[in-house]
Design a protein around this ligand. Structure first.
Ligand code: AMP
Length: 420
């Protein structure tokens, strides 16, 4: 897919070309069409994914499509909030860069510097404001900024803003914005605080989550253990016990499979909890906190359930079943080996899953090392069978490598989060 297919105007395409970008990054491919369709988004993308262009380009496009010819003066149409001055500067730089062939003006507002030049700039007329919450509130209380015509609110690194104690400032800012607007929220993690904020702030958001670039990176040791389907549990138990693994995240394709495996592991003497879309919020929170606290050794999860939880830097991630959507493999293994920590991602692969494996290897552009554990040699007489997607985690037409997660969301309200 090229930038041209995304429906951006020539001025933006020219700016992108000048940057030397050949094609959109995954977050750009997913986010740009959804934003252009005027949906709110909740995006789990970190720095390095190309997220800034992912929201800046469609924001500029929509501002341009809906420009108000009758208005001579610029007025603030987009507000981008960031936790730090550095990020505010970086984002504003991107806005200027991508918008260089369009007539819109942007400025950056943060504390620790004189307020007067900011007031002067605002008075002259600004279309896009990139701000940290504290100084923005100063402008709001001094009535030196008018945010009553904001069409876009973008919260960048929302989790960091909350960590830094900006929640009340954010609420005060929200109070002066129009109710009717498009809101885009980016966060690397999805804590309960973020969920609370998103519930009140976003309107039927489309969930977008992409891995970091080069996610399937060197520090993650990936390995495939070929094994018969009926012996996977036995093998997993052996690996956990012999390796003395204390914290393992295990992925399943279905909710039913999660429950069953969790029970079986507990029967094998390995403390375990299941987490998936049929579990109540309380049950999920408890499973997760027990896992984090080391009370439970294994957390068995579906892809979607694992998305919303802020666990990473795990030493062991196991694909008890390979995902039918190849990108999910990258998300799953991205739970380990972060920030220079060593991590291990292991996949137990039976003959039925060979096609999934081939698709994954194609996506990550590498062959994953195969190692047959002694005593668990696959029976060559077993023929591959089609994979049934039961337990509510049915194959909803998401097979293959090319689906856009955003486009598979229901369009008719309700948080557009798949529940598996
Ligand atoms: P960000 O995640 O927004 O901080 O962007 C990370 C880096 O990726 C920045 O240096 C961007 O210039 C660069 N970048 C953004 N989009 C693309 C693209 N489509 N192709 C190549 N590089 C990109």
């Amino acid at each position: 897919m090229s930038f041209k297919n995304l429906g951006l105007c020539d001025q933006l395409l020219k700016a992108v070309k000048e940057q030397g970008y050949d094609e959109p990054t995954p977050v750009q491919k997913e986010a740009i069409p959804v934003i252009l369709a005027k949906r709110d988004i909740l995006a789990g993308a970190q720095t390095g994914t190309g997220k800034t262009a992912g929201f800046t380009l469609p924001m500029l496009e929509l501002i341009h499509r809906h420009k108000d010819e009758s208005r001579k003066k610029h007025h603030v149409r987009a507000l981008i909030l960031t936790p730090t001055r550095e990020l505010a500067l970086q984002v504003e730089e991107s806005v200027s860069l991508y918008g260089k062939f369009l007539p819109y003006k942007s400025c950056v507002i943060f504390g620790g510097v004189k307020i007067n030049p900011q007031i002067t700039a605002l008075r002259k007329g600004i279309d896009i404001v990139v701000a940290t919450p504290g100084r923005l509130l100063d402008h709001i209380s001094q009535k030196t900024i008018d945010l009553s015509k904001v069409d876009f609110l973008i919260l960048d690194e929302a989790d960091r803003m909350l960590d830094m104690g900006f929640i009340n400032d954010i609420k005060k800012v929200l109070a002066v914005l129009p109710k009717q607007k498009q809101t885009l929220l980016f966060s690397a993690t999805f804590s309960n605080e973020i969920k609370k904020l998103t519930d009140s702030l976003l309107n039927s958001p489309v969930l977008i989550e992409v891995a970091r670039r080069n996610q399937s990176a060197e520090q993650i040791k990936q390995i495939v253990h070929p094994v018969d389907k009926t012996r996977k549990r036995e093998l997993l138990t052996k690996l956990i016990k012999e390796g003395d693994w204390q914290q393992v995240l295990v992925f399943m394709r279905t909710k039913h499979g999660c429950n069953r495996l969790s029970e079986q592991l507990s029967n094998d003497g390995i403390s375990s909890a299941a987490i998936h879309g049929n579990k109540s919020q309380n049950a999920r929170v408890k499973a997760l906190s027990d896992f984090k606290a080391g009370k439970v050794r294994v957390l068995v999860a579906t892809d979607i359930a694992a998305r919303g939880i802020d666990i990473d830097q795990l030493p062991h991630v196991v694909n008890f079943e390979l995902p039918n959507v190849s990108e999910d493999y990258v998300h799953r293994i991205g739970r380990t080996g972060r920030a220079g920590n060593k991590g291990e991602a292991m996949s137990l692969v039976c003959v039925d899953e060979n096609e999934f494996l081939a698709n994954i290897e194609k996506l990550i552009n590498k062959d994953i090392h195969k190692f047959i554990v002694k005593g668990f040699e696959p029976d060559p007489s077993i023929k591959a069978e089609p994979i049934k997607m039961g337990g509510g985690g049915g194959n909803r037409g998401r097979g293959g490598n090319s689906r856009s997660r955003g486009n598979n969301k229901p369009r008719n309200g309700g948080a557009s989060r798949g529940r598996r």
